[in-house]
Design a protein around this ligand. Structure first.
Ligand SMILES: Cc1cc2nc3c(=O)[nH]c(=O)nc-3n(C[C@H](O)[C@H](O)[C@H](O)COP(=O)(O)O)c2cc1C
Length: 142
């Protein structure tokens, strides 16, 4: 199994509707092709985790890269992994909007601020850490 993580910039402002549309499509398609993963969105950026067989993940990523809803796509990692972090999740979503103040402040302090919103990481360890901070995965306590 392989895991791919990328970060991108949304073409427009990300709101709940935009985010929900992307998640609906992704869940359907990922179920069909056998991809698992998660998508974190701030108001301006996406951070996505895709897991599955190498070729399927590569094809899915190639398709996603062509999507006009985002640009400035930065590949963070694409490597073999022993364990899935998103078993049972075709595309788990977490929007960093409307967070409680305490969590918002904590994340801003830890990951930085960009355009007034929490900065999504562009490096693997921090990407996994933020997924853990929003309770999407639990890797450091296993
Ligand atoms: C941020 C973002 C994440 C996406 N994630 C996925 C995904 O995990 N799986 C997927 O099949 N499509 C995903 N898409 C949608 C694809 O870009 C594309 O619209 C979709 O696969 C339908 O393509 P098709 O109609 O050409 O088959 C994502 C799009 C965006 C903007």
């Amino acid at each position: 199994m392989h895991r791919l993580i990328y970060r991108s910039r949304a073409t427009g402002v990300i709101d709940k509707d935009t985010f929900r549309d992307i998640l609906y499509t992704s869940v359907e398609l990922n179920r069909k092709y056998g991809v698992n993963g998660a998508l974190i969105a701030s108001r301006t950026h996406y951070l996505q985790f895709l897991e599955g067989e190498y070729e399927i993940v590569e094809k899915t990523y190639a398709k996603i890269k062509e999507d006009k809803r985002h640009s400035e796509i930065q590949l963070i990692t694409f490597s073999p992994v022993e364990q899935s972090l998103f078993t049972g999740w075709r595309m788990r979503g977490f929007g960093l909007f409307g967070l409680n103040l305490e969590l918002e402040e904590k994340l801003k302090e830890k990951y930085g601020v960009e355009e007034g919103t929490i900065r999504l990481p562009d490096e693997e360890a921090a990407a996994l850490a933020i997924a853990e901070d929003v309770d999407m995965i639990s890797i450091f306590h296993q």
